[in-house]
Design a protein around this ligand. Structure first.
Ligand code: IPD
Ligand code: CA
Length: 278
């Protein structure tokens, strides 16, 4: 196998993200030093340890590839690894097992490989463009939920966005009939759309390290996603929407976040009657 191929990177990524997960679990539940990067924005020593480990491993194996990580930044390049060493750090810091390592490989401006690993539950999500998405090696698909009244979505929040903008959209989501939750890990929130545990994920601003792997998972699992990288958002971040197909048009209308075209998608009925089977 060509050691510089996508296939070799995919194989390497599977073992790398498991090893990174072990580092994260060594810090989970331990007494630890927590710093505050900004309002409601946490950093533990494990975030830094894990990112340094991933960065060193990638530099040794693929010295030509660029690296961009949440904690140490990086530089752009045609082939670039985009890394969140712990997504859901606030959960991690409070001993809540809802966090993950998220790694995407982007080539020529397109995400080609994405992996999200929750080491506390031993759940590994993996996708390669054109090859489908898996959870612990089993193929996954988005839900076929037909209408907002039976849809449960996650609407992510951060202090990077004015509260008024968040509240306006939250109000519209609830008014339309969606159940909107926030669980504190955007990457896992997207992975849960891919495997049908959730019907959608929206956030007004997300960074690329939080969302690229998850967006590829949803796309490969049959869902609809926003054209994140087309908007030049790798460094600065941007709005994120990912959705089960049948409620995607209404979710896009309510949040005002556009979706990339996808021809094989059929919308749901929009409304369902109470007592109707779903
Ligand atoms: C945050 C989480 C959160 C999302 C934020 C992210 P962190 O990342 O993913 O769910 O809403 O946009 O910044 O701080 O846990 O790595
Ligand atoms: Ca994150």
């Amino acid at each position: 196998m060509d050691s510089n191929s996508l296939e070799s990177r995919a194989i390497f990524l599977r073992s790398l993200i498991r090893a990174a997960g072990e580092i994260v679990m060594q810090g989970f539940g331990a007494s630890r030093q927590i710093e505050i990067k900004g309002p409601q924005d946490y950093l533990t020593e494990t975030d830094a340890l894990c990112e340094t480990f991933i960065r060193q491993q990638l530099a040794a194996e693929y010295p030509e590839d660029a690296f961009f990580g949440e904690e140490t930044g990086g530089q752009s390049g045609d082939n670039i690894w985009v890394v969140d060493p712990i997504d859901g750090t606030a959960n991690f810091a409070r001993n809540i097992p809802h966090f993950c390592v998220s790694i995407a490989f982007v080539s020529q401006g397109r995400t080609e490989i994405g992996a999200i690993y929750n080491p506390a539950l031993n759940e590994m999500y993996f996708a390669r463009r054109g090859s489908g998405a898996t959870l612990n090696d089993r193929p996954i698909q988005t839900a076929q939920t037909p209408a907002p009244q039976v849809a449960s979505i996650e609407f992510g929040w951060s202090a990077r966005v004015p509260n008024a903008s968040y509240m306006t959209i939250l109000d519209a989501l609830l008014y339309t009939g969606f159940n909107a939750r926030r669980a504190g890990s955007g990457a896992l929130g997207l992975a849960y759309v891919a495997d049908g545990r959730s019907d959608g994920y929206a956030e007004i601003h997300m960074n690329s390290w939080d969302c690229l792997a998850g967006l590829l998972l949803v796309e490969e699992a049959g869902g609809r996603v926003c054209p994140f990288l087309d908007l030049g958002t790798l460094e600065a971040g941007g709005p994120v929407l990912a959705s089960a197909p049948r409620i995607s048009a209404v979710l896009s209308n309510v949040t005002g976040i556009v979706l990339a075209e996808r021809e094989d998608v059929i919308q749901g009925e929009g409304r369902i009657e109470m007592g109707q089977a779903i």
